[in-house]
Design a protein around this ligand. Structure first.
Ligand code: GAR
Length: 216
């Protein structure tokens, strides 16, 4: 993974989603200000009929759906996803609640410039059920992590983290809702910073300019 220099203004971004799309919505809301410097050029999903796709369509953004089950192999799905995302020519890809692991073809094309948001403080609680697992473990503080996707499960170099206290009376849903409300702010801030300022990856460290530019 190398350096990604400051990107075109606005920076074209593809967002991949699977669910309710509140993180996508936060990004879309931020892009209403041209100074944010990001344009969502397409939204892709691994399933039909999700609120996230409705949000994209309401915003007038091109959408596509590629379901794993419609392909003979997982690798064929990964290659189709790679081609479909590449067709939108993004400089960055953001996985915002995308509940599939991207594969080797995708990483070969978009490695180093694909960001994922995970509802836990990595490296704790990787996988699909992070708020449930954090609650079951009895941690007092959890949160969200924005990272650069690598071949592992929620293991990539960390861009940013935000801490969220766990309350004694939390359910999985109440905890996840509170995590998501902090996660959205982190996602918007750091997608904008990486788009405006670029980044580089030095081992496990994601490096961004010490003096970030103001929003354009
Ligand atoms: C977010 O909390 C995101 O971190 C999580 O799904 C939620 C999506 O919410 N992603 C994962 O757990 C991926 N492993 P949203 O659809 O409302 O943006």
């Amino acid at each position: 993974m190398g350096a990604v220099p400051p990107l075109p203004d606005p920076t074209p971004v593809v967002v991949l989603v699977s669910g309710s799309g509140t993180n996508l919505q936060a990004l879309l809301d931020a892009t209403a200000d041209p100074a944010y410097g990001v344009q969502v050029v397409a939204v892709g999903a691994d399933r039909d009929g999700t609120p996230a796709l409705d949000r994209a369509e309401r915003a007038g953004i091109a959408t596509f759906v590629l379901r794993v089950g419609d392909f003979p192999t997982r690798a064929a799905w990964d290659e189709a996803l790679t081609e479909r995302v590449a067709a939108a020519s993004p400089a960055l890809v953001v996985l915002a609640g995308f509940m599939k692991l991207t594969g080797p073809a995708f990483l070969a094309r978009f490695g180093g410039r694909t960001l994922n948001s995970h509802p836990a403080l990595s490296p704790s609680f990787p996988g699909m059920h992070a708020p449930r697992d954090a609650l079951a473990h009895g941690v007092k503080i959890t949160g969200a992590t924005l990272f650069v996707v690598d071949a592992g499960v929620d293991t990539g170099p960390i861009v940013a983290q935000v801490a969220v206290p766990v309350r004694d009376d939390d359910s999985v849903d109440s905890l996840h809702d509170r995590i998501k409300s902090s996660e959205r702010g982190m996602l918007v801030e750091w997608v904008g910073r990486l788009a405006r300022d670029g980044h580089s990856i030095d081992g496990r460290r994601v490096v961004t300019p010490a003096q970030p530019k103001e929003a354009r």
